[in-house]
Ligand binder design. Sequence first.
Ligand SMILES: CC(C)(COP(=O)(O)OP(=O)(O)OC[C@H]1O[C@@H](n2cnc3c(N)ncnc32)[C@H](O)[C@@H]1OP(=O)(O)O)[C@@H](O)C(=O)NCCC(=O)NCCS
Length: 180
Amino acid sequence: MPLKDFARGLRDGVIARERLRRAHPHAWIAGEVLFRGDPRRVRLAPDVAIKGPTVIVVTDGGGLTGSALEIGRRTYVGEFNNIRCAGAPIRIGANCLISQQVTVVGTNHGTAPGTPIVDQPWSGEGVVVGDDVWVGAGAVLLPGARIGDGAVVAANAVVRGEVEPGAIVGGIPARVIGRR
Ligand SMILES: CC(C)(COP(=O)(O)OP(=O)(O)OC[C@H]1O[C@@H](n2cnc3c(N)ncnc32)[C@H](O)[C@@H]1OP(=O)(O)O)[C@@H](O)C(=O)NCCC(=O)NCCS
């Protein structure tokens, strides 16, 4: 990517972040957060804290138009996280701890043979995280993940599909390793 395009992307991210901050005066959004998308598609409840550098992308593409981000009251999003709606909604409940270097991604690229992946449509139903969920460092929440209230996702887990309320899951793919 040419340097000037990179610089423009960075600048646009900063401008969008300032719009996001203005739209959510009751949330705490670090100065190092990079945001891309329309702040009107984001709902941050009071006392949400998002540390930087974290990347938040609420843009559409790949034939999908459903990007939206909702984060519930008093949820903490730590440093170096990567939250990408990619055409689908991501909902994170209240009182959650999203640690560091966590990726939450709403959709997948198509991978049919014979066409470059970059040209293929996206698909997926987004991600839903309940209330009072702790997501450990380095975890990945894949498209379609549905994490019940009170669950714990261990460090470095890769979560697909359902996690029952109160379960502690770990590994790749994540399996139940305990209960609270
Ligand atoms: C999930 C977690 C909370 C469990 O802690 P714990 O209750 O002390 O669990 P234990 O260390 O006693 O391990 C219990 C079992 O889970 C397994 N386990 C623990 N962490 C695991 C992980 N990240 N991935 C896979 N398995 C894991 C252990 O191997 C053990 O299995 P065993 O009973 O077959 O031996 C903890 O391991 C973890 O991942 N914490 C995240 C820390 C973090 O990311 N902090 C960021 C700052 S907020």
